[in-house]
Design a protein around this ligand. Structure first.
Ligand code: NAD
Ligand code: DAU
Length: 357
C-alpha cells in the first residue's frame, strides 16, 4: 500500500473533490496533509468544506487559490507544500456548458492538465515514490446502443467538447507516463450524485425544482441512459486506486446502476414528495419534455470488474437509499443552496481568504 505525506487535490472545492477531501479526513485513515488547489469558478464553493476547514484548517488542511493554467502558481504550491501525490479533479464539468462555450473546457481540461503534468514532472524529476492520479469520465468512450459496456480497453470516441477535452487530457496523462516515466493512475467514472452537487446537473436540479414547484425539464424522450454512482463510493474508489492501484493502469468506476433519465426523475419526484409529506405523485405533473441536448449520448454503461476484482472495491448504497440521502441533504442545507445560487459564498471567500491570496 502506497503512503503519502501531502496530497494535492485540484478542484477540491467542487462536487466530487470536496466529497473526496472529506472522505480522506474522515474515512480513509490518512494521517497526512491535504492541499486543496482551486480556482473557485462558479462551480467551486469553499462552503462545501467548512467542517474540514474548522477541524483541520492550518494544521492538516490547506487551501490555495490557484488556476491550474497558471504554471508558476502551480509550481509555487508544489514547492511550498512538497506534495507527493496529486489527485486531479479540476475541470469544467458540465456538458451543456461545453456546447455553448467550449473554450473554457479546452483551456482548463486540456491546457490546465498539461500545465499540471509539466509542473509535476519538473518538481518530482525522476522520483518514483510519488503519484499523479487523473480523474476522468466514462464519456470518453462515446455512446452505447441498447447492449454492451465500456471496459478499460474500449476505444475512445468522445462526442461532446467536454468529453473530447477529457479524452485529450487522459491521453496526455498516459503519454507522460510512457514517455517520461511519470507515475500515474487514471480512473474513468460514471455519473456521480450526492451532497454538494451543483444544481445545474440533472439530479440536484430536479430535486430543487420539485421543492420549488418548477418544471422538471427532461431532454428529448427521457430515455437516455446513465449509470449512477453515489459520490462517497467514488471517493472510496479513488482512495483504493491511489493507494493500491497499479502504476500506469486505468480503472473504470461505476454504480452498476443504469437508469433511463425519466425513471430517475420519477423516482426523485416520489422520494421528494415522501420527504415533504406530499402524496406520491404530487410532483410528477411538473415533468416537462424539452428540446434535446445536441449530440446527446444515448447510453453509458460501465464495467468496473477490474476495480472490484483487483482492488476489492465495491459500492456501498443502493440507488434508492443514495437518492433518499441526497434529497434529505438538499432539504436540510438551504444555506448551501442559497449561497451557491446567490454568489454569497464569494463574499465569504473574500472575507476568509483575502489575506492569504
Ligand atoms: P465540479 O464542476 O463540481 O467542480 C470542478 C472544480 O474545479 C471546481 O471547484 C472549480 O472551481 C475547479 N476548477 C475549474 N477550473 C479550474 C482551474 N482552471 N483551476 C483550478 N480549479 C479549477 O466538477 P465535479 O463534478 O466535481 O467533477 C470533478 C472531476 O470529475 C472532473 O474532472 C470531471 O470531469 C470528473 N467527473 C465528474 C463526474 C460527475 O458525475 N460529476 C463523473 C465522472 C468524472
Ligand atoms: O458520465 C459522467 C459525466 O456525467 C461526467 O463526466 C460529467 O462531468 C457530468 O456532468 C455528467 O454528465 P451528464 O451530461 O451525463 O450529466 P447531466 O446531469 O448534465 O445529465 C444527465 C442526463 O440527464 C443526460 O442524459 C442529460 C439529461 N438532462 C440533464 C439536465 C441538466 C435532462 O434531461 N434535463 C436536464 O435539465
Amino acid at each position: 500500500m502506497r503512503e503519502f505525506k501531502t496530497i494535492l487535490v485540484t478542484g477540491g472545492a467542487g462536487f466530487i473533490g470536496s466529497n473526496f477531501i472529506r472522505h480522506v479526513f474522515r474515512k480513509s485513515g490518512y494521517k497526512g496533509k491535504a492541499v486543496n488547489l482551486d480556482k473557485l469558478t462558479y462551480a467551486g464553493n469553499l462552503l462545501s468544506l467548512t467542517d474540514i476547514e474548522k477541524e483541520y484548517g492550518g494544521t492538516r488542511y490547506f487551501f490555495e487559490h490557484v488556476d491550474i493554467c497558471d504554471k508558476a502558481g502551480v509550481m509555487k504550491t508544489l514547492k511550498d507544500t512538497g506534495a507527493d501525490c496529486i489527485v486531479h479533479f479540476a475541470a469544467e464539468s458540465h456538458v451543456d456548458r461545453s456546447i455553448t462555450g467550449p473554450g473554457e473546457f479546452i483551456q482548463t481540461n486540456l491546457i490546465g492538465t498539461f500545465n499540471l503534468l509539466e509542473a509535476a514532472r519538473e518538481f518530482w524529476k525522476d522520483r518514483k515514490d510519488v503519484l499523479f492520479h487523473h480523474i476522468s469520465t466514462d464519456e470518453v468512450y462515446g455512446s452505447l446502443g441498447d447492449i454492451g459496456y465500456f471496459f478499460e480497453d474500449t476505444a475512445y470516441d468522445p462526442r461532446s467538447p467536454y468529453s473530447a477535452s477529457k479524452a485529450g487530457s487522459d491521453h496526455l496523462v498516459m503519454a507522460y507516463h510512457h514517455t517520461y516515466g511519470l507515475p500515474v493512475t487514471l480512473s474513468n467514472c460514471s455519473n456521480n450524485y450526492g451532497p454538494y452537487h451543483f444544481p445545474e446537473k440533472l439530479i440536484p436540479l430536479m430535486i430543487l425544482n420539485c421543492f420549488e414547484g418548477k418544471p422538471l425539464p427532461v431532454y428529448g424522450d427521457g430515455m437516455n441512459v446513465r449509470d449512477w454512482l453515489y459520490v462517497e463510493d467514488h471517493a472510496s474508489a479513488i482512495w483504493k486506486i491511489i493507494t493500491d492501484g497499479k502504476i500506469g493502469d486505468k480503472y473504470n468506476v461505476g454504480g452498476e446502476n443504469e437508469r433511463p433519465n425519466l425513471e430517475v426523475v420519477n423516482l426523485i419526484c416520489e422520494i421528494a414528495a415522501g420527504e415533504n409529506g406530499k402524496p406520491k405523485d404530487e410532483y410528477k405533473s411538473l415533468i416537462t419534455y424539452v428540446k434535446d441536448r445536441p449530440g446527446h449520448d444515448r447510453r453509458y454503461a460501465i464495467n468496473c470488474d477490474k476495480l472490484k476484482k483487483e482492488l476489492g472495491w465495491k459500492q456501498s448504497v443502493t440507488f434508492e437509499d443514495g437518492l433518499r440521502q441526497t434529497v434529505r441533504w438538499y432539504l436540510n442545507n438551504p444555506e448551501w443552496i442559497e449561497s451557491v445560487r446567490s454568489g454569497e459564498y464569494r463574499k465569504w471567500i473574500e472575507k476568509n481568504y483575502a489575506a492569504r491570496d
